[in-house]
Design a protein around this ligand. Structure first.
Ligand code: 6R9
Length: 634
């Protein structure tokens, strides 16, 4: 356990500062505290779920307008619910409205329940979790917001965050939101090159990181990766470094010790009134061609959509503990660990470890210890754990579980059945949730909040409120996709508040990728089947995106790396089916997703006797495959 990290967090949050409350009282008075959605629409005369769905797509303005007024706290009201035109890739929601996302996620809950736990930081070593209340998280966020301002970060700037899941990462995201800066969270398993690409594209002057990460019992030098990355990023003026471990790391003039400097800051930070369509964050994701794209999400619509889906897809109720084991570096972490859960005043888990550390019972031991009510994970982990046998699950008490969620890739029937029968003891609905970085939140899911809802194993089932899917012919548009029992390109025919607004600095690429393939529709890149009953099943990507363990990899990105080898003239990366990961690719990668270039170099140089240390490779067999492939090419 790292006493420094823990100690500094506790010191930071220990004093109950009066001024925080004054600030909150002020907001509490002027804001309408969220209430639940069925009430919002009940007065429209709609009571059942299918009626509500129809209302949400047919009377989209009335539906979303009512829900936005009910669920979000506005500084000034919006005058227009939506202003969207797919032909130009124009998507605007709640224009005229002003709000602050951090106030919605923190202040209003501090006003009503300051001592409720907001975050449970499930650290790598089981049993060393740290709980942070809403009051403490607001205090951390305010101090960080003030520090960022002192460092020169202004409204409209973009701060890059390279941190594992931890309270200061969440506070960093919310601090940006509080002062009107956008954030760009980069998954802390990415290489220095990938990080540098993203910092450069976002033009960040500030990077926030930790000295080291701790995962699966191993220490990872994250600050060193940042040091390498920023060498090639002239925009970076400062790197804020939090101390996750007690080990000191080399600090330069550019580096700022985060906790130390936060301590000097005030615990009150005035939230900036943001326009609904101001940028909340960029998140880079792989496409089928070119460099990763920085998808842009904005304030009000994104927050509303994540909060609504979090509440209804998972059947989340006040007091529940929501356990999503994704990393905050992916959209799942943004939408459900952070924004959706905190907007709803939820208690949300930040999982720092791996599914098999210290053993394959880790998830379920955690479920028992933290009394998790909703568990949300990826099929790849479920498939892996299934192979270790039922005992690892049955050793632990899982009676707290109410909903089991799946995301990131198709869940095969065997994994679905095991998740349902063994993990959930046959009594918890399994919700297979289909969505993307682009959609901001869940679009197709079984909706357990509907007591009548049937759930078919392995099917994402039904569109969420406001989502109108269409299946179109993969070559040309041949119809409106209304007939059942059909397969086609999964498109969505009308706008919803959570969808991405553009690709940072590349609006044309945004319209070309998502709106031109099927004019009048948003094209998801996935194929889907709709059964006779009207239930959806996702078939997989139609484009050149490979999905390995639920992570998107562009074939172009992989080829880019391979082509850097002098001996390679041309390359083509393809996915092949893999028992656990869904799809595999042949490159030797470390467990944190880094491609081991030195291994590739040795193979190309025919120096396979001197491959060096391969212990951090995720799949050591991949090296032999590369060697075999290289021999065949010769
Ligand atoms: C949330 C997330 C998006 C791509 C998406 C699709 C695949 C996600 C799925 C699923 C089948 C599901 N995908 N959920 N495929 N069933 N329930 O994963 O976002 O990283 O952007 O990936 O993942 O292919 O297009 P992202």
């Amino acid at each position: 356990m790292c006493s420094l990290w823990r100690g500094s967090l506790l010191t930071l949050t220990s004093s109950l500062n009066r001024r925080v409350f004054q600030c909150c009282r002020q907001f509490g008075r002027s804001y309408n505290i969220a209430s639940c959605m069925p009430e919002a629409v009940a007065f429209q005369g709609v009571s059942d779920h299918s009626g509500l769905y129809k209302f949400s797509v047919n009377e989209s303005d009335r539906f979303w307008g009512a829900v936005a007024r009910q669920r979000l706290s506005w500084i000034s009201p919006f005058h227009t619910v939506q202003n969207c035109d797919f032909s130009q890739g124009k998507i605007k929601w709640f224009e005229g409205g002003k709000l602050n996302v951090s106030v919605n996620c923190l202040d209003r809950h501090v006003h009503t329940c300051p001592e409720r736990v907001a975050l449970i930081w499930e650290r790598d070593e089981p049993g060393t979790e740290v709980k942070i209340t809403y009051r403490q998280l607001l205090e951390l966020t305010c101090r960080l917001g003030n520090l960022l301002k002192r460092q020169g970060v202004r409204r409209g700037d973009c701060v890059t965050i390279y941190m594992p899941p931890c309270p200061l990462a969440v506070a960093s995201m919310l601090a940006c939101a509080r002062i009107g800066a956008a954030h760009n969270v980069v998954f802390a398993g990415f290489s220095s090159e990938a990080l540098a690409d993203r910092i450069r594209d976002a033009q960040s002057s500030t990077v926030i990181t930790v000295n080291q990460g701790v995962r699966g019992g191993k220490v990872v030098d994250l600050k060193r990766t940042v040091d390498q990355a920023v060498q090639n990023c002239p925009s970076v003026q400062q790197v804020l470094v939090a101390m996750r471990t007690e080990n000191t790391v080399a600090m330069t003039d550019r580096d700022v010790p985060l906790e130390e400097e936060m301590m000097k800051e005030d615990v009150v930070c005035e939230p900036v009134a943001m326009d609904s369509e101001d940028v909340l964050f960029l998140l880079y994701t792989s496409g089928s061609t070119g460099k990763p794209k920085g998808l842009v999400h904005t304030q009000a619509g994104y927050l509303l959509y994540t909060s609504l889906t979090h509440r209804y897809v998972f059947n989340y109720h006040d007091g529940d503990v929501f356990g999503c084991v994704a990393d905050i570096g992916w959209i799942t972490g943004h939408s459900y660990i952070v924004y959706g859960a905190l907007c709803n005043g939820g208690t949300t888990v930040l999982f720092e470890s791996t599914p098999v550390y210290p053993n394959p019972g880790r998830y379920w031991e955690m479920v028992e210890r933290l009394e998790i009510n909703q568990f949300y994970g990826a099929p790849t982990a479920i498939r892996l754990l299934l192979k270790y046998g039922d005992e690892w699950v049955q050793n632990y008490n899982r009676s707290s579980l109410k909903t089991l969620g799946s995301v990131g890739e198709p869940i095969n029937t065997e994994a679905w059945e095991w998740y349902h029968r063994v993990v959930g003891d046959g009594r918890c609905p399994v919700v297979d949730t289909w969505w993307q970085t682009e959609t901001g939140g869940i679009c197709i899911a079984p909706r357990p909040a509907d007591p009548e809802a049937e759930i078919v194993p392995g099917m994402a089932m039904r569109p969420f409120y406001g989502i109108k899917p269409a299946l179109l012919d993969t070559e040309v548009v041949t119809g409106d996709g209304v007939s059942n029992d059909s397969t086609g390109a999964l498109c969505i025919s009308q706008a919803w508040p959570g969808m991405a607004r553009t690709i940072h600095n590349h609006h044309q690429r945004f319209t070309e990728t998502y709106f031109q393939p099927y004019p009048g529709f948003f094209f998801t890149g996935d194929g889907a089947h709709r059964s006779k009953e009207g239930y959806y099943q996702i078939v997989g990507r139609l484009d050149d995106v490979i999905n390995v363990s639920g992570h998107r990899l562009g074939t172009a990105e992989l080829e880019d790396v391979v082509n850097q080898c002098p001996a390679v003239a041309e390359s083509a990366a393809i996915g092949y089916s893999h028992d656990i990961k869904g799809e595999g690719e042949c490159l030797p990668k470390t467990r944190s997703g880094k491609i081991m270039r030195r291994v590739l170099r040795k193979v190309v140089e025919r120096n396979t006797d001197e491959l060096g240390d391969l212990s951090t490779l995720d799949d050591p067999d991949s090296v032999h495959e590369v060697i075999r492939g290289h021999r065949r090419l010769r």
